[in-house]
Structures are given as structure tokens and as C-alpha cells.
Design a protein around this ligand. Structure first.
Ligand SMILES: *Cc1c(COP(=O)(O)O)cnc(C)c1O
Ligand SMILES: [Zn+2]
Length: 397
């Protein structure tokens, strides 16, 4: 038996299934998670780099990699000034296709290969399709992506296109695209790699491992991150709990999930005590424009168990945070990612995050994925000049 031998378990009724079976939900409808017969690792086992540095804690062998993970943890001494907290940004835009999705895809696509499958699909607000397409190109698999028409940033769409994915544009929002890809995969024997797939989340949990290692096992008080389909926050919590159970961490940080005001079903659920989807989600942060997050149950548990909370931010706050991060720290992140920084500022203001706290904001994707929103804002400030006008500039300096 390999040390990583694993199975799937329902988070609701705890029914177990073999990981050799292609399955995304329990018969009871509950979400599944990957469990291990025995999870063992010490600090010395973490060798090599990136996601696969943690191979002793992962459910498959590496069958395809683009050197994902090992993203920078940036101290933000300029930005934190005056706020009374110590801030780091974990910049997932450093990944090969520019978002944390790559951590999930290296594991998820490796799982597909192990299962002997050669066709995969996803619904996507952009980054999932960009990442899946790249990993499938590398492993010679056929990729089908379903995107909500007109609601996707062009940088991301360009990635899926150039890597050769078959792209279906859906007249409807992400939630409808997700429903359609579910049917599509079931009917045609295609492997489904949205974050309902628990193997993808196993890759994404390495964000937590990395953060803790980068801080020399001295954990922060809070991890703040944007929440869309709610897989990532669930994965980060799973990683933290595993490190705790391995004795590598005493007290895991509290998780704070940030959503856009117009797409905040998880924030509502934490506040009201029950979940209901948001009918017509809207926000400029397209990566988190999701009304019915498939991993809601996992995410709500994660936030509660961690002792954390959830908060909304407006589009205006998001775009402002994006500029502040770019102008004070030299980090250009996409709007959904900036939601974490906007949320941090709001939580400091409301006292949800206390003075003196050590905080990590996870910025989930690279700013170049969605340049339009920035160019739109700043193009009016650009000055057109001719050579002979160079003299006039002297007055500006
Ligand atoms: C996918 C994505 C999110 C949302 O992550 P979930 O796991 O769906 O909650 C946030 N930001 C970016 C940039 C993303 O690509
Ligand atoms: Zn069940």
C-alpha cells in the first residue's frame, strides 16, 4: 500500500467511496473530500519545489507539471503603514498561468491521467479554463470549457484559446455554465475539473502549507482571501488542519472570506445562519461573480471551524485596493484578488481584525489577465505630446 493511499468521503453522511471511481458527489448529494489511510510527514519530507514538494500529502503521483507553486510571500511594509497590522501578500499570480488554479490542475489533471481518461472539461469565469487548457495541452488531452458569454476577462480567454481548448460560450451566467458542464461530463464520459472535484482541492491546499513554511512555522493570525465558488477557502482550511494534525502547527489562523457585495451568498450565510443562492450575481471582479457556490457547505464549515468570518466589499473598494497594492507594493493583481486587500482594510476599520495582528492576504490571480478595467480608468490621464513640446514637461517635474 502506498503511503498516500486514499479514498473519498462525504462531508455530510461520511459514506466512503474508492478513489478509483469517477465520482463528484455522494449518493446523498453531499460534497466529497479526499481522505488518507494515514497521512504522515515531517518537515524533512518537504523536498523539491512547488506543489510537489508536499507529495507525501498528495493523493496522486505527479504526471504533469508546469512548475506551479512556490509563489512569493511579499512583506507589505508600505501598505500596512498606519493600519497597525503586519501584512504579507501571498501572490498566486506568480503561478505559470497566472492564478492559484494551477496548483489544483497539476493534481487534478494528474488524477485524470491516472484514471486513464483523455478528455476533461470545466465551467469557468476564466482562470480555471486558462489553467486547465495549459495542463491538458502539456499532457495531450482534449479540453472543453464552458464560459458565460461576455462575462470573462480577455486575458484569460486568450489563454484558453491559444492552448487549444474547445470553447463553448453560454448565454447565461457561471452558475448555468456549471450546470451544463455537469450534464456534459456525465453524458460523454468526460472528466470534470471544477472545484467540486476534490482532487483539485488537494493541490490547492498547498497554498496553506507554503504560507506556513515561508513564515518558518510561525502562523499568522488571519488569512484573508476572495471567495467565489468557495473551493479555495475550503482547500486552504484543509491544508491548515492537516498541518495541525501532523503536529506542524499549534493553532491555525482564522480564515476571513471576502465576497463582492453583488455576489455574496457565503457572507449572507455566515451572517444569517442559512445558505441561499444569489439570483443575479454582479461585480466587476469577474472571477468571483458567482451566485451559487458549489462548495458553500465546505466553505461555511471552514470559516466557522477556524473561528473566522466573512465580509463584503464594493466594486469601488476592490478597484481602489487594486491601485493601492500596485502603487505601494509594486504588485499588480486582478480585481477578484484585490478583494482580499479591500476586505482587510474594511475588517481593520470595523475592528474585526485587531491591532497588532499578523495577516496574510491571498491575491489569487495576475493583473494582466484583466487590463481593460485599469486602462479604462487611467487612459484619460495619459498625455499625448510631440517632440517640440518636451520643453513644457519641465514644468511638471
Ligand atoms: C477562481 C478564482 C477565485 C475564486 O476561488 P474559489 O475557489 O472559486 O472561491 C478568486 N480569484 C481568482 C483570481 C480566481 O481565479
Ligand atoms: Zn453522503
Amino acid at each position: 500500500m502506498s503511503p498516500n493511499s486514499n479514498f473519498l468521503r462525504c462531508i455530510k453522511c461520511e459514506k466512503e467511496y474508492s478513489s478509483d471511481e469517477v465520482r463528484y458527489r455522494c449518493d446523498c448529494g453531499g460534497l466529497l473530500e479526499v481522505r488518507y489511510d494515514s497521512l504522515r510527514a515531517t518537515k524533512k519530507d518537504f523536498t523539491g519545489s512547488g506543489v510537489w514538494r508536499y507529495k507525501k500529502l498528495l493523493p496522486v503521483d505527479c504526471r504533469v507539471t508546469l512548475n506551479e507553486g512556490d509563489t512569493g510571500l511579499y512583506r507589505c511594509e508600505n501598505l500596512e503603514k498606519g493600519f497597525g497590522v503586519k501584512l504579507w501578500v501571498k501572490n498566486e499570480g506568480d503561478n505559470p498561468t497566472g492564478s492559484f488554479k494551477d496548483r489544483g490542475m497539476t493534481v487534478g489533471v494528474s488524477k485524470a491521467i491516472q484514471l486513464g481518461l483523455d478528455k476533461v472539461a470545466c465551467a469557468s469565469t476564466g482562470n480555471t479554463s486558462a489553467s486547465l487548457s495549459a495542463y491538458c495541452a502539456k499532457s495531450n488531452m482534449k479540453t472543453f470549457v464552458f464560459i458565460p458569454s461576455g462575462k470573462i476577462a480577455y486575458g484569460k480567454l486568450a489563454q484558453a484559446m491559444v492552448h487549444g481548448a474547445r470553447i463553448y460560450s453560454i448565454k447565461g451566467n457561471f452558475d448555468l455554465a456549471l450546470e451544463m458542464v455537469n450534464d456534459f461530463c456525465a453524458k460523454h464520459g468526460v472528466y470534470w475539473l471544477n472545484s467540486i472535484n476534490p482532487f483539485r482541492l488537494e493541490g490547492q491546499k498547498t497554498i496553506a502549507y507554503e504560507v506556513i513554511e515561508q513564515l518558518s512555522f510561525k502562523p499568522p493570525d488571519y488569512i484573508v482571501l476572495p471567495v467565489g465558488n468557495a473551493g479555495n477557502i475550503s482547500a486552504v482550511w484543509k491544508g491548515l488542519v492537516e498541518f495541525r494534525d501532523l503536529g506542524l502547527l499549534d493553532e491555525p489562523p482564522k480564515l476571513i472570506g471576502i465576497q463582492a457585495e453583488g455576489a455574496a451568498p457565503i457572507v449572507n450565510a455566515i451572517r444569517d445562519g442559512h445558505f441561499s443562492p444569489v439570483e443575479n450575481p454582479s461585480t466587476a471582479a469577474t472571477a468571483i461573480r458567482i451566485g451559487n457556490p458549489v462548495n458553500a457547505e465546505k466553505a461555511i464549515r471552514a470559516i466557522r471551524e477556524s473561528g473566522g468570518s466573512a465580509e463584503t466589499v464594493t466594486d469601488e473598494e476592490i478597484l481602489k485596493a487594486q491601485r493601492v497594492l500596485a502603487q505601494k507594493e509594486g504588485l499588480f493583481v486582478e480585481p477578484a484578488s484585490a478583494a482580499s486587500v479591500a476586505g482587510l482594510l474594511k475588517c481593520i476599520e470595523s475592528g474585526k481584525i485587531e491591532e497588532g495582528s499578523r495577516v496574510i492576504c491571498i491575491t489569487t490571480g495576475h493583473g494582466l489577465k484583466d487590463p481593460d478595467i485599469v486602462v479604462e480608468r487611467f487612459k484619460g490621464e495619459m498625455v499625448e505630446i510631440e517632440k517640440r513640446e518636451l520643453e513644457i514637461l519641465a514644468q511638471e517635474i
